[in-house]
Write a protein that binds this ligand. Structure first.
Ligand SMILES: [Zn+2]
Length: 228
């Protein structure tokens, strides 16, 4: 049985629930000391599944990947020694400087692309018209906020909270290891992007190989991680 729902991000109709954006909320945080001198924190958590279509889901993944690349590019730029040339350490010729300035512009391009994607300035059909944060404006989320629920699935530190308390039984007991593995694969992909750029700047032919590896790892990561 399929039920038509409206994508909260673009208002198109969608049937699949696997593209939903999950918004986790929490409240009633209680911290109590334990006998071994630690602190145990308990809280209630709840999650709202905001309908999202396949296109908007894909668009959000593209935006997130572009953010990763825009972080990797300046790191690769500096690691490739171009920053030193730009700053004149060691003394460099003006031709080298021009080369470095051009690469500095290239290193900033992913950041510009990310901003443009996030602000929905690009007329590309596959991008989402609204960022993932737009899910917070959903009426179901707003109702819970009025009831005293706070954003995020748990209190600080947020990276230790499971994104969706329902996810474990949604995806089976394998969800947590898969999440961790997906995250590691994604980070390795990011590292490969950095290596690719460094090798490219050093005119190494291995750059192409690392680029392929990076894309392979990102693809794997998207298949492994149940939340992407
Ligand atoms: Zn949509």
């Amino acid at each position: 049985m399929t039920r038509l729902r409206q994508c909260w991000f673009c208002a198109d109709e969608t049937t699949a629930t696997r593209h939903d954006r999950v918004v986790g909320l929490h409240r009633d945080v209680e911290s109590s000391p334990t006998w071994y001198l630690g602190v145990r924190t308990k809280w209630q958590s709840i999650s709202v599944r905001v309908p999202r279509c396949e296109r908007c889901h894909g668009g959000h993944v593209i935006a997130r990947s572009m953010l990763a690349v825009s972080i990797a590019a300046p790191i690769a730029y500096a690691a490739g020694g171009e920053l030193d040339t730009l700053l004149g350490i060691p003394p460099s010729t003006s031709a080298d400087r021009v080369h470095s300035v051009i690469w500095a512009v290239v290193a900033c391009l992913p950041t510009l692309a990310w901003i443009a994607i996030r602000q929905a300035w690009l007329p590309w059909r596959r991008l989402a018209p609204r960022p993932p944060r737009h899910a917070r404006g959903h009426p179901a989320v707003q109702r819970l906020r009025e009831d005293g629920w706070r954003y995020r699935p748990g209190p600080f530190p947020h990276w230790r909270n499971a994104k969706d308390p329902d996810l474990d039984h949604l995806s089976g007991p394998s969800a947590r290891p898969r999440r961790i593995l997906g995250c590691i694969t994604g980070l390795l992909g990011l590292a490969s992007v950095v290596v690719t750029v460094v090798l490219y700047l050093r005119d190494s032919e291995l750059a192409a190989l690392f680029l392929v590896i990076a894309f392979g790892l990102f693809f794997l990561s998207s298949k492994i991680d149940p939340e992407v």
